[in-house]
Write a protein that binds this ligand. Structure first.
Ligand SMILES: NC(=O)c1ccc[n+]([C@@H]2O[C@H](COP(=O)([O-])OP(=O)(O)OC[C@H]3O[C@@H](n4cnc5c(N)ncnc54)[C@H](OP(=O)(O)O)[C@@H]3O)[C@@H](O)[C@H]2O)c1
Length: 252
């Protein structure tokens, strides 16, 4: 089994790589930070074959190059992503454009290209790492929530197409709440909510991917939040989300 994981240099992606090293014949790990990828390769290569690709996913060409270089993938885990926090008129446009490229366009390209391959051989799994942020509006983190909403809606639609085609290919989404990773530092936030342990989230994700679940939502509190948003109008959810984000605004 060959597994490709983006955003494997840190956090949830790195922990999923550690778990997959016990199961896969071949791991392909993608991120920008070569040193961290090399350290992870050294840690895992006694367990499985590991290829690392240091590349920036904000470039469309780089995403297409990954697909050209890495063929016969059985499991694709689109995980690389980041956020930012602050009033929409005050946050950095450049950072947001890079966020849209990483969190949306790279997911879109890799999902499409590998899904075509998987459909042709009628096997394979794609795990798109979204967030609980993907099922609601997110004032003060507007762009990040919007990117994750894209991932959720895209994956839900693809899932239905696969069902209608009676395809054996599986697509799943991981929707965690706050997780203790490097995310906060990059997003300039301080979570006041309890943060989940990254390895526990990764273990839960892989276990449920193997079971064939579509919505993978780790933690009872996050499960309740997902149920809650189904019954409340978006205008009310936006008010709650605003209050929650306001409490965790970092240096902005
Ligand atoms: N932590 C949370 O609270 C939380 C909650 C829900 C969902 N998530 C989602 O979980 C995923 C993983 O995040 P994390 O929490 O594990 O954060 P993290 O520790 O900051 O890891 C993010 C990963 O994405 C990679 N990445 C970012 N920009 C990239 C780019 N342009 N090109 C290639 N790789 C890039 C980073 O690698 P390099 O810097 O080496 O490139 C790193 O490996 C993200 O999609 C995030 O939105 C996180």
């Amino acid at each position: 089994m060959k597994v490709l994981i983006t955003g494997a240099s840190s956090g949830i992606g790195r922990d999923m790589a550690r778990i997959m090293a016990q199961k896969a014949d071949e791991l392909v790990l993608v991120a920008r930070d070569l040193k961290k990828l090399e350290e992870l390769k050294q840690e895992l290569e006694s367990k499985t074959k590991v290829e690392i690709i240091s590349i920036d996913l904000t470039s469309e060409e780089n995403c297409k190059e990954i697909h050209n270089r890495v063929q016969n993938v059985d499991i694709l885990i689109n995980n690389a992503g980041f956020g930012d926090c602050g009033d929409f008129t005050k946050t950095s446009l450049e950072k947001e454009i890079n966020m849209i490229k990483t969190n949306i366009i790279a997911y879109h390209i890799l999902t499409k290209l590998y899904l075509i391959d998987m459909k042709n051989k009628d096997s394979g799994k794609i795990l798109n790492v979204a967030s609980i942020a993907g099922v609601m509006p997110g004032p003060l983190m507007a762009t990040y929530y919007a990117t994750k909403n894209y991932v959720v809606r895209l994956s839900e639609a693809i899932r239905e197409e696969l069902k209608k085609d009676k395809s054996k290919v599986q697509i799943s989404i991981l929707c965690p709440g706050p997780v203790n990773t490097n995310f906060n530092k990059v997003a300039n936030v301080k979570f006041n909510l309890r943060e989940a342990n990254s390895m526990k989230v990764a273990e839960y994700a892989i276990k449920n991917l193997e079971k064939g679940k579509f919505y993978i939502v780790p933690g009872m509190d996050v499960k309740f939040a997902r149920i809650g948003v189904r019954f409340l109008p978006n205008s009310i959810i936006a008010k709650f989300a605003y209050m929650a984000q306001k409490r965790k605004l970092g240096g902005n």
